[in-house]
Design a protein. Structure first.
Length: 132
């Protein structure tokens, strides 16, 4: 690597549409699994549909996931922690352990069924890549 260059050694993923509209019966949650042997901090960058944003947001009481544990983050928790007011947001999650030691799953709960949402790897150099 070039002198002075660095590469981030953390997991980043994007869930492009986390909806929170309980009056219509819709909500979304994200399950983050820390498979490493170290505790991990979790940060969110949130962009509402109207373009308002918040960066480096942490959910109170869920700032850290212990080694070899999981945490569940609901859309309303993330949006509220960001001090934003919207029914849906694009959410980027950063987990401070190596990329290969994290698994993120996002699920949208609807009045009729649950569905798994796409999760994208955040890659500014080449564009976001579908993980699953």
């Amino acid at each position: 690597a070039d002198a002075g260059s660095w590469a981030m050694n953390a997991y980043q993923a994007i869930i492009p549409y986390m909806i929170y509209n309980t009056s219509a019966g819709y909500t979304t949650f994200m399950k983050v699994a820390n498979l490493s042997n170290k505790d991990a901090q979790v940060f969110f960058d949130v962009t509402c549909e109207d373009g308002t944003t918040a960066s480096n947001v942490q959910v109170t009481g869920k700032e850290t996931i212990a080694a070899e544990n999981t945490a569940l983050y609901w859309a309303n928790e993330i949006i509220s922690a960001a001090s934003l007011s919207c029914d849906a947001a694009n959410v980027k999650v950063t987990v401070t352990v190596p990329k290969d030691k994290v698994v993120v799953t996002a699920v949208q709960k609807t009045p009729v069924a649950n569905r798994v949402l796409p999760v994208y790897k955040a890659n500014p150099a080449t564009g976001n890549e579908l993980i699953y």
